[in-house]
Design a protein around this ligand. Structure first.
Ligand code: NAD
Ligand code: MG
Length: 379
């Protein structure tokens, strides 16, 4: 039986992971659950999965905890995330919270010798070298949950000692793939939140529309698989059936296919190295009929170019891009700025903050803070 702690259990990834736990009660014991603000949802989960610890990042007082849920240890604020990641006795820690907040949790979990199942790509985007270094020293390789990275990871299991020559990172292209640039810049919140293939949390859905998500995923792949950015190609594939692929020097390409359902990559990371049922059927290739591929339009989606430039610049540039994007994404979701302004704000932060160091966690936090200030127009 594997013990699993889930950080961000009330979100899109967290609830799907619990779905798999419920499907295999003999396989998984839930040790800790945390959420940001969704307390009623968290109460229901605690009632059902009976973890040893539960926590709310926004805080909860003793009186607010329902009587029947006082059997478990309740924590508030950053302490809740820290305890779930590193204190509670557990084998696996699924980090499925949003944004740079995940970086500390990943470091805490690795430092405590836990197996990290990583949905939170922002941890690798901002602190990739620190995370990979610690994972290496602890002998606990990160298991990717992001569908593209899980696909690449699965393909590499079949590669033996052979190193890939290229990673083919697929992208749906998001809801604005066929739109004109001017229309994309005027897109509304509702339009950006309508992803053609995947149902996900709001932040990543907006990132998918702007294609900053794919830019972040280039960075994530660079750290997870150790290939330079020029060997990571983005391939737009609107059907979202090929979740990514890997090319080798003999001309062979291995790909992983599946219907767009995150329970497959979540379940793969949880059960690794085995496979077990997830409730997801294999794709019906006759019903799908054809799979199409096209190059990304970097003129319409400057996010991809910005991501490659930030990776090439090194230092804290990726953390700057991420912080400015997190702030602009949130401002867009609050209805304060246009969609096009997201690109302008990230570009401005990258321009103003070139050359910042990114050696330590403190460097990265400072870069993130400054990038948010510039993005929000407060500096
Ligand atoms: P979500 O918004 O649906 O859920 C986020 C969860 O984390 C919630 O439980 C929320 O309460 C908690 N949370 C959010 N911010 C927090 C904070 N600052 N401190 C503590 N808790 C916090 O998000 P999601 O779509 O499940 O995405 C989670 C992560 O997984 C993101 O990094 C995202 O990029 C990544 N991811 C998601 C998907 C997907 O299909 N949803 C796919 C690939 C990668
Ligand atoms: Mg992805």
């Amino acid at each position: 039986m594997k013990k699993i702690a889930i950080l961000g259990s009330t979100g899109s990834i967290g609830t799907q992971a619990l779905d798999i736990c419920a499907r295999h009660p003999e396989e998984y014991r839930v040790t800790a659950l945390t959420a940001n603000r969704s307390r009623e949802k968290l109460f229901d989960q605690v009632r059902r999965f009976r973890p040893e610890m539960a926590g709310l990042a926004e805080g909860i007082s003793r009186e607010e905890i329902p009587e029947d849920l006082r059997f478990c240890r309740w924590l508030s604020g950053p302490e809740a995330l820290r305890a779930a990641a590193a204190e509670v006795e557990t084998d696996q820690v699924l980090v499925s919270i949003v944004g740079i907040a995940g970086l500390q949790s990943v470091m805490d979990a690795l430092g405590a010798g836990r197996q990290v199942l990583l949905a939170n790509k922002e941890a690798l985007v901002t602190g990739g070298h620190l995370v990979m270094d610690l994972a290496g020293r602890m002998g606990k390789p990160i298991l990717p949950v992001d569908s593209e990275h899980s696909a690449i990871f699965q393909c590499l299991q079949a590669a033996g000692p052979n190193r890939p020559t290229k990673l083919l990172l697929t992208a749906s292209g998001g809801p604005f793939r066929t739109w004109k640039k001017e229309d994309i810049h005027r897109a509304t919140r509702e339009q950006a939140l309508k992803h053609p293939n995947w149902s996900m949390g709001a932040k990543i859905t907006v990132d998918s529309a702007s294609m900053f998500n794919k830019g972040l995923e280039i960075m994530e792949a660079r750290w997870l698989f150790g290939l330079p950015a020029d060997q990571i190609q983005v391939v737009v594939h609107p059907e979202s059936i090929v979740h990514s692929a890997v090319a080798f020097e003999d001309g062979a390409v291995l790909a992983q296919l599946g219907v767009p359902d995150m329970r497959v990559p979540i379940g793969y990371a949880m059960a690794y190295p085995r496979r077990e049922t997830t409730g997801v059927p294999a794709p019906d290739l006759f019903a799908i009929g054809k799979l199409t591929f096209e190059p990304p339009d970097e003129e319409k989606f400057p996010s991809l170019r910005m991501a490659r430039e930030a990776l090439a610049a090194g230092g804290a540039a990726c953390a700057v891009l991420n912080g400015a994007n997190e702030a602009a994404n949130a401002a867009f979701l609050r209805g304060e700025i246009s969609f096009g302004e997201i690109y302008a704000r990230v570009a401005r932060a990258l321009d103003r903050l070139s050359g910042l160091p990114g050696n330590t966690l403190e460097d990265i936090r400072e870069a993130d803070r400054l990038a948010r200030l510039i993005s929000d127009g407060k500096d």
